[in-house]
Ligand binder design. Sequence first.
Ligand code: ZN
Length: 82
Amino acid sequence: MIEIAPDIAFLAYLGITLLALLGLWTYSASRASKRKLVLNESELYVCEYCKSVYMDTRAASVTRCPECKSLNNDNVYSKSRE
Ligand SMILES: [Zn+2]
């Protein structure tokens, strides 16, 4: 049987625990950096009146601007790109 001094066993326990936590933190940080927000251009609108850019998840033909509360007819962003 291998004999280990209590202080060495305690240090080994701390080292293994810290390495496991470091590995979990590195894994979660790498996963968080890979996540990106993907915007669909059809959901992106530019207000005709105040020119603010906003998103609407509904594919509606008439949307309401969250800034000036005016109604906009169509997706101005996709029209200007054509
Ligand atoms: Zn507006």
